[in-house]
Every structure is written in structure tokens, then in C-alpha cells.
Design a protein. Structure first.
Length: 29
């Protein structure tokens, strides 16, 4: 999951999305 290309100016939000995505993957796994 790489949102940098979509939100290059919102690094803080990018990190949040990546963290949430990782947790969702763990919960679904």
C-alpha cells in the first residue's frame, strides 16, 4: 500500500492510512 503518489503533501495522513491498512490486513488475515 503506497499512498505517497496520491497524497504527496499529506505525509501525516499517509502514515495514518498505512497504519490503518496494516491493521486491517492483520484483522482480516
Amino acid at each position: 500500500m503506497n499512498f505517497n503518489s496520491f497524497y504527496p503533501r499529506n505525509q501525516s495522513r499517509v502514515i495514518v492510512f498505512e497504519v490503518l491498512g496494516n491493521h486491517l490486513i492483520e484483522w482480516l488475515d
